[in-house]
Design a protein around this ligand. Structure first.
Ligand SMILES: NC(=O)c1ccc[n+]([C@@H]2O[C@H](COP(=O)([O-])OP(=O)(O)OC[C@H]3O[C@@H](n4cnc5c(N)ncnc54)[C@H](OP(=O)(O)O)[C@@H]3O)[C@@H](O)[C@H]2O)c1
Length: 333
């Protein structure tokens, strides 16, 4: 695929790393920054990266942003919001409006790659083989429902623009702040986790592997109209995550506290009510609690392997070690 690629959400964890990967490949990149986005990319001024300001409700500015690009990687979105409206505004409306702009100003767009989430599909009923792309979606949170609506919006508003959807599970790597919280606890000698720490299994993907999978999907003709889980081939339990972190963080025996479901929902109710008063998204609310207590956030990565030739290269041990060392260098841990 020749030409400029427009990346949205470029100031975020996955977006900033995606821009770096594209620049390294010699691809010309345009980033869409919202009026309220961080002022510029951390390494702004890199050759090949052009910045363009556009709010997702500003049709003219969106038109300018999409004009002349060969593809769009849509990473912008929200994982935390006060209510369903906030999730809709972050995860659905931008998809609709950017595609409307593309149909009007760039009808020859070669590909629209939407980064959705395993949350759109919902959790699996067992740890193996995990949710498949062909399974009926069953999101269990407002976030998941909004990501599913975002997928549906992409297919509905694309017209003749070829769309591909990727659904990452939990993404970890340099720059991620979500999983950092758990490593911070481990370093202090304890781990509080919601739900059953014995049963829980998680599909995970290192951010660099995810980006490789996204770019394979972006450039594959087979992937037009397709949806793909981009994940490490198997799911992990807490014990494996702890074992991967131990040599880097050097902790001994951990004090393990599994919060039973009623406690997680109780905390969700309290923090959710507080968020309702402050207007700021809570770390946990009843809706988020429903995500956190699930046993099997597991997807099956076979389709991406067989159709795109994607295989995650990073082992959990390598990936966690690289991530923790990055946190340490940055003083985050
Ligand atoms: N991290 C994960 O584990 C994970 C797993 C599955 C799926 N995903 C999906 O991957 C995408 C990127 O995730 P991330 O972890 O990189 O998230 P992130 O660090 O929070 O970055 C998301 C970016 O979206 C933009 N954004 C923020 N609020 C917005 C709003 N209200 N409307 C539109 N755009 C907004 C911002 O970029 P600008 O300021 O540059 O616009 C922000 O930096 C998201 O769509 C997320 O749903 C993430």
């Amino acid at each position: 695929m020749e030409g400029v690629i427009l990346v949205t959400g470029s100031t975020g964890f996955i977006g900033s790393r995606t821009v770096d990967a594209l620049v390294r490949q010699g691809v010309k990149v345009r980033v869409l920054l919202r009026p309220e986005s961080a002022p510029a990319l951390p390494d702004s001024g890199r050759p090949g990266v052009e910045e363009c300001r556009a709010g997702y409700r500003d049709a003219d500015a969106l038109g300018r942003a999409v004009t002349g690009v060969s593809a769009i990687i849509h990473l912008a979105g929200v994982t935390k919001a006060v209510d369903e409206v906030g999730f809709f505004d972050g995860n659905v409306l931008p998809v609709e409006n950017i595609l409307k702009a593309a149909r009007q100003h760039n009808p020859g767009l070669e590909r629209f790659l939407l980064v959705s989430s395993l949350a759109a599909a919902g959790p699996a009923s067992s740890s193996y083989p995990g949710v498949r792309e062909s399974d009926m979606p069953n999101p269990v949170s407002a976030y998941g429902r909004s990501k599913l609506l975002g997928e549906e919006a992409a297919l509905r508003h694309a017209g003749n623009i070829p769309v591909t959807i990727v659904r990452p599970p939990a993404v970890y790597g340099p720059g991620d702040r979500d999983i950092l919280e758990f490593f911070g606890m481990m370093k202090k000698g304890y781990l509080v986790s919601p739900g059953s720490c014995k049963r829980q299994r998680f599909s995970m993907v290192h951010v660099d592997d995810l980006i490789e999978g996204m770019l394979l999907a972006l450039r594959s003709e087979v992937a037009v109209g397709g949806t793909y889980f981009i994940s490490a081939p198997r799911a992990y339990g807490w014990e494996e995550i702890i074992a991967a972190a131990r040599p880097v963080l050097g902790f001994g025996r951990l004090l393990r506290i599994s919060l039973p479901e009623p406690v997680v929902f109780g905390l969700g109710a309290v923090f959710g009510a507080a968020a309702g008063l402050t207007g700021k998204p809570a770390l946990i609310n009843r809706d988020k609690a429903n995500e956190l207590v699930q046993d099997y956030w597991v997807c099956c990565a076979e389709k991406a392997d067989s159709e795109l030739g994607f295989v995650a290269r990073t082992t959990l041990t390598e990936g966690i070690a690289m991530t923790l060392q990055w946190y340490q260098r940055k003083g985050w841990l």
